[in-house]
Write a protein that binds this ligand. Structure first.
Ligand code: NAI
Length: 286
């Protein structure tokens, strides 16, 4: 049997989640995705209308098939956590069962189990504000959407992950080095995500035999990154200063995700793997 993957955080064909879906599909995996509820309609209608047909093409000549798209809001663990204003919000009212627990339950009912879990989502409402000007609410929202969301996903999916399964998240260098402009507590959220990668590798490894890793990716002009505002500058900076002076393609992250999700990486867990043309290793830009 081929492997089955659930990728949380795919809402268009521009980000890492989409590229990871393609790389896993190329390697023979069945693809399920979790799409943020407010983005669901546009994503599904774009898929139906063929807007992504060109980027669905895989290197082996076949096309990316997404077996099922699940609405997801990773900020909510169970239905009890959802406040009235969200329940009644018209972008949410059209969908149901989109809390983390309900999505894991639906996947279990639909497919029984998965082998690969990918967390490719982040959100920081105050990302454009310096950390020192970030509100408590904005900071906690960044941690909730970008860090705790991963703990919650792993907690709810681990019981339906087959032994030997792999789990992955996406992180960024701003967790450990100063990247002015990556604000709102997003740097803190990535630091938490990376620390949690180690602790979760221990806990999920011992209890379920699941590997837990993170990919620290270089800059990519995704939808989320464009919202931060300085992504073009970061791409230029990397191309000018990294050991490899080329633009990072999302497929390079996808390929690493496929490797980490495969038995080729069977002894790798608790690791943060850089896929950034080596930029992280520079101490002096020349
Ligand atoms: P993206 O925009 O393709 O992906 C982010 C996704 O998160 C979107 O689909 C959005 O709908 C979803 N999302 C936001 N809040 C959500 C919620 N509460 N529940 C469910 N989904 C939610 O952008 P990108 O850049 O591919 O981001 C994927 C991951 O890669 C993120 O963790 C990001 O921090 C990380 N990353 C991005 C870098 C970049 O330069 N683009 C660099 C390093 C890491």
């Amino acid at each position: 049997r081929g492997k089955r993957a659930f990728i949380a955080g795919v809402a268009d064909d521009q980000g890492f989640g989409w590229a990871i879906a393609k790389a896993l599909a190329s390697a023979g995996a069945e693809i399920l995705v979790g799409t943020w509820v407010p983005a669901l309609n546009i994503f599904e209608s774009s898929l139906r209308r063929g807007k992504f047909d060109e980027s669905r093409k895989l290197a082996n000549g076949s096309v990316l098939e997404i077996t099922k798209v699940y609405p997801l809001d990773a900020v909510f663990d169970t239905l009890d956590d959802v406040p009235e204003d969200i329940k009644n919000n018209k972008r949410y009212a059209g969908s149901s069962k989109w809390t983390v627990q309900e999505v894991a339950e639906s996947v279990k009912n639909d497919f029984g189990s998965i082998d690969i879990l990918v967390h490719s989502l982040a959100n920081g409402p105050e990302v454009t504000k310096p950390l020192i000007e970030t509100s408590r609410k904005g900071y906690l929202a960044a941690l909730s959407a970008s860090s705790y969301s991963y703990i919650s996903l792993l907690k709810h999916f681990a019981p339906i992950m087959n032994p030997g399964s792999s789990s992955l998240s996406l992180t960024y260098l701003a967790s450990e080095k100063i990247i002015p402009g990556y604000g709102g507590g997003m740097s803190s959220a990535k630091a938490a995500l990376e620390s949690d990668t180690r602790v979760l590798a221990f806990e999920a490894g011992r209890k379920y035999g699941i590997r837990v890793n993170a990919i620290s990716a270089g800059p990519l002009g995704s939808r989320a990154a464009k919202a931060i505002g300085f992504i073009e500058k970061m791409i230029e900076y990397s191309a000018a200063n990294a050991p490899l002076q080329k633009e990072l393609s999302a497929d390079e992250v996808g390929n690493t995700a496929a490797f980490l999700s495969s038995p080729l990486a069977s002894a790798i867990t608790g690791s943060v793997i850089y896929v950034d043309n080596g930029l992280n290793a520079m101490g002096l830009a020349v």
